[in-house]
Write a protein that binds this ligand. Sequence first.
Ligand SMILES: Cc1cc2nc3c(=O)[nH]c(=O)nc-3n(C[C@H](O)[C@H](O)[C@H](O)COP(=O)(O)O)c2cc1C
Length: 173
Amino acid sequence: MDLYEAIMNRRSIRKYKDKEIDEDIINKIIEAGIWAPSAGNLQSWEVIAVKDHQTKDKLAVACYIREFIAEAPVVLVICAHKSKYERTYGERGHELYCIQDAACAAQNMLLMIHNLGLGACWNGSFDEDSVSDLLGIPEGVQPVAIITVGYPDEKPLPPPRLEIEEFIHNEKY
Ligand SMILES: Cc1cc2nc3c(=O)[nH]c(=O)nc-3n(C[C@H](O)[C@H](O)[C@H](O)COP(=O)(O)O)c2cc1C
């Protein structure tokens, strides 16, 4: 798939077919995350792949009862390994870079998911403590994004974007 086409046509998908995703496809998605840039190449993120129905049901509750989270065949919980940055880059490292690393990896994964004919939705709205307790995420590791993945069973229209003028400042703010 052409990169421009992938960027323009990727949509958040919240309805999935009842079809499993092969392990090699999941690995390809994670591989796309691995090749994202990261500060100092520290690669400070990790991912928990959840397929178990009971765990997904509980994740849906931790996401304030979003049912599509329980219905997705695979849920990828992207975590920032904050403590990896403790000795490097100081506060900026563990408060900012490690979240940016995780976000870069997540976006690469979203594009690869789309490229492979699957659909995904980034979920940022969840109770961090509940997710950490449920998945045994240790101190120093923060869940930052919950990405549901599946074969799309909807084709949403693109939500509008602001005009380019709203983003660009020439020379000064
Ligand atoms: C940081 C972040 C958090 C998000 N959190 C949620 C969420 O909690 N629930 C949800 O349904 N979508 C969530 N989304 C998806 C956005 O709603 C979606 O990307 C946006 O409406 C644009 O639509 P598009 O992805 O189809 O272009 C999130 C996206 C990002 C980047």
